[in-house]
Design a protein around this ligand. Structure first.
Ligand SMILES: Nc1ncnc2c1ncn2[C@@H]1O[C@H](COP(=O)(O)OP(=O)(O)OP(=O)(O)O)[C@@H](O)[C@H]1O
Ligand SMILES: [Mg+2]
Length: 360
């Protein structure tokens, strides 16, 4: 890449070039720069990119010539821009390390670990950037499952403690219904509120289970087909439609009650996210190693503040939601060694659950 060599040359202008690199070394460094799997970049104190290796094309999608001359700070995620500016401003001599998100050509962001050395008298900052998006994602998943574990343990303990007093209050209320007929309506409301609380606790307790109660070989298509009338009834009352797209799907080993719960939670969220006249699709498919269940809606997408915490109990954007539906789905999937993948946009959301065909 000639621009690398030329720019490297010009970046050394004014300095004693021989003290830095001989011609031969420059030739070598050009090749190493082009072979690097990391992004190598030189910019000035005005953030203007002077040179960059071609790794950028593979990682971010931009060609080097598309970004040379542009201000690299503009590619940094707006939330981290000030921080990066401060780091560079405060460190005029030392090597600095920082982490931030960088814009890709397709409009998404990737996480980068960056090492930079400022050389003030040359008006140059040398930067090496490594794409750590995958590592960040895994760390995030790990944190999520640790959070889920902690919450599960708490749930198991608290749930039982709370349920017992609720049951005895409920018993007394039932007695009062007979005794105080003129308060019947209020008392029945109190009972139904207690039942709702009990339902939430039951759902919450199911998060703390490590193993499914009753795993047996079953066919996902028939589980979906059995649930269909229930899901359809809910959708119809709201003027929405449900479509099944059941393809040949292999048996999996699973707990039928839990799988019904998982499908219902996804379907319920999908229906709630859609305007009337829209359609929810439940699809099954399979390949050599997986059986795939996908619930696709035509709703408005998952709000970004929910997306970053998805699967965490009690995260909800709904006035009457408890925020347990997805947490329950994630814990059921985990017990089935299945993986949940989400795609969401303003045109709709799809949740896919990938079940392994054979459980070890
Ligand atoms: N298909 C979807 N489309 C858009 N947003 C969704 C979808 N599924 C989930 N969400 C978002 O995720 C949040 C959490 O969902 P979750 O099912 O865990 O709780 P909830 O639906 O709010 O309450 P509940 O516990 O009663 O199900 C929702 O409040 C909503 O903001
Ligand atoms: Mg829900």
């Amino acid at each position: 890449m000639s621009h690398w060599l030329e720019d490297q040359n010009s970046s050394l202008e004014g300095a004693n070039r021989n003290t830095f690199l001989t011609k031969e070394k420059l030739f070598e460094s050009e090749h190493f720069a082009e072979l690097s799997l990391d992004i190598l970049l030189v910019h000035d104190y005005n953030w203007q990119i002077i040179t960059i290796n071609s790794a950028i094309e593979e990682i971010l999608g931009f060609k080097p010539e598309e970004v040379i001359g542009k201000r690299c700070i503009d590619l940094v995620h707006p939330e981290e821009r000030e921080n990066v500016q401060n780091i560079i401003a405060e460190n005029t001599k030392k090597k600095v390390k920082y982490k931030n998100r960088i814009l890709c050509k397709d409009g998404t962001y990737k996480w980068f670990q960056l090492n930079a050395i400022p050389i003030e008298k040359e008006n140059r900052i040398f930067v090496v950037g490594r794409d750590v998006t995958e590592k960040e994602r895994m760390m995030e998943q790990l944190k999520k499952s640790e959070r889920l574990n902690l919450i599960s343990q708490l749930a198991a303990g608290l749930g039982h403690e709370i349920r017992n007093p609720l049951q005895s209050v409920r018993g007394f209320l039932q007695l009062f219904v007979k005794k105080y007929q003129n308060e019947k309506e209020h008392l029945e409301l109190m009972i139904s509120e207690l039942d709702r609380a009990n339902h939430i606790i039951t759902e919450f307790l199911s998060l703390s289970k490590n193993r499914s109660k009753n795993p047996v070989p079953l066919n996902l298509n028939s589980v979906v087909a059995n649930l269909f009338p229930l899901i359809q009834a809910k959708a119809f009352t709201e003027g929405k439609d449900v479509r099944l797209d059941l393809n040949i799907s292999a048996n999996i080993i699973g707990d039928e009650e839990e799988l019904k719960q998982l499908i219902l939670n996804f379907a319920q969220n999908g229906i709630e996210a859609m305007e009337p006249q829209k359609t929810l699709t439940i699809r099954t498919a399979s390949d050599q190693s997986y059986v795939l269940l996908t619930v696709i809606d035509e709703g408005k997408g998952i709000p970004s503040e929910v997306y970053s915490k998805m699967g965490t109990p009690f995260v909800t954007s709904k006035a009457d939601g408890t925020g347990l539906g997805l947490a329950v789905c994630y814990s059921i999937a985990e017990r089935h060694k299945a993986k949940i993948e989400v795609e969401t946009s303003s045109n709709g959301t799809s949740f896919s659950v990938k079940f392994p065909k054979k459980l070890k």
